[in-house]
Design a protein around this ligand. Structure first.
Ligand code: GLC
Ligand code: MG
Length: 364
């Protein structure tokens, strides 16, 4: 991961469904609060890693449905696929590691003998992941029987039960925890181990993340029984793991504050600039402030005053530009001129900018 020339100040490794993304929050408020915090205070010198059970297909679908940031690293299919950057360049070294003692054909063949197991959709069957649904009361017995069979056939596999319904079969060396350990080894070889790492999760396939040495961990308030049970049995006395009292992304923000890993007040929560915890000028923070202003302007929560617009223009880099959602580039001054046309058009509505991706850069 070459974006940062030095070790990351903070690396967040977060699960998506029911951790970063709250499917019960139609407004996506906690996610938007996290995004604003990240863009304002962390993007420049920290790393965001998403670690999801979803395949690339379902991950891309979620990105269309929810206002998610683009992470630096994406780990998909329960730690079996690692990609880098916006272009999602795959880590082929990881694939080599996973090929050891793995035979997908045998796994599928043996598992198909169990009527309790219902195969998940085709998109969720991946080169190093075979996934089923199974009822909660049958999960343990099936897991035990399968482990025995695979052992007898010379395979070293890992079986993970998540969300009270999903059963994944992976190579033993795979999983979210192993994928993170692999990344940390890579960072170490480059002399860039993040100063702090915070892992975030809610269900069974996240448990491994919490057993990686040195990392901080947050189980969000809405964590599943299987993760809480794992914690009670394996990590109860680890002071670096906390069970948040807030749901999903709000729980992640809470943990950043709890472990004192850096700023933990989202710009979205600051109504009055004077009581913000930020004193320094940071470009990311300025961008977030610009889009928060834009939201309030369109909701007519501030006066329709030319003074605001001229002051905004005066504070912008003359050669700065922004990329509107429709594509292309327009100068910042022109973008601000266009504010006039849309004052108050979202009055009384819950209008929020979905992505804070205003790009500021000299046009040279
Ligand atoms: C995601 C995946 C699914 C997997 C589950 C638990 O929902 O789509 O295949 O079983 O995570 O890891
Ligand atoms: Mg989850």
């Amino acid at each position: 991961m070459d974006r940062l020339s030095a070790a990351a100040r903070l690396m967040i490794v977060s699960d998506l469904d029911h951790t970063m993304v709250d499917h019960h929050d139609a407004e996506n408020l906690s996610l938007l609060r996290f995004n604003a915090l990240w863009e304002a205070h962390y993007r420049r010198d920290s790393l965001l890693v998403f670690s999801t059970g979803r395949s690339p297909t379902l991950y891309k679908q979620l990105r269309k449905e929810k206002p998610m940031l683009t992470p630096d690293i994406t780990i998909m299919s329960v730690g079996t696929e690692i990609t880098y950057g916006d272009a999602m360049v795959p880590d082929n070294g990881w694939v080599e590691v996973l090929n050891q003692k793995w035979d997908k054909k045998i796994v599928t063949e043996e598992a198909s003998r169990f009527p309790e197991l219902k195969l998940q959709s085709e998109t969720e069957q991946r080169p190093h992941k075979v996934s089923f649904y199974v009822d909660k009361d049958k999960a343990q017995t099936v897991t035990q029987k399968l482990s025995e069979i695979f052992k007898n056939r010379g395979l070293d596999v890992k079986i993970i039960y998540s969300g009270g319904m999903d059963l994944d079969i992976l190579p033993q060396g795979a999983g979210k925890g192993q994928a993170l350990a692999y990344l940390l080894r890579k960072f170490k070889s480059e002399g860039k181990v993040p100063t702090n790492t915070l892992v975030c999760g809610d269900s069974g396939n996240d448990a491994e993340l919490f057993s990686i040495p040195e990392v901080y961990g947050v189980m969000v308030s809405n964590a599943q029984e299987e993760l809480l049970q794992w914690h009670a049995a394996n990590a109860k006395n680890n002071p670096k793991i906390t069970h948040a009292t807030e749901r999903c992304a709000a729980g992640i923000i809470q943990a950043i504050g709890h472990f004192k890993l850096g700023p933990s007040t989202s710009p979205r929560d600051i109504k009055d600039e004077s009581d913000g915890e930020v004193k320094s000028i940071d470009l990311g923070h300025e961008v977030v402030k610009l889009y928060l202003f834009y939201e309030r302007w369109r909701r007519a929560e501030i006066d329709n005053s030319e003074i605001y617009l001229s002051s905004l223009k005066a504070n912008c880099c003359p050669s700065g530009f922004c990329v509107p959602p429709s594509g292309g580039e327009i100068s910042l001054a022109e973008a601000i001129n266009q504010f006039r046309k849309c004052y108050g058009d979202k009055q009384g509505k819950q209008f929020r900018v979905r992505r804070g991706h205003v790009q500021l850069s000299p046009s040279s």
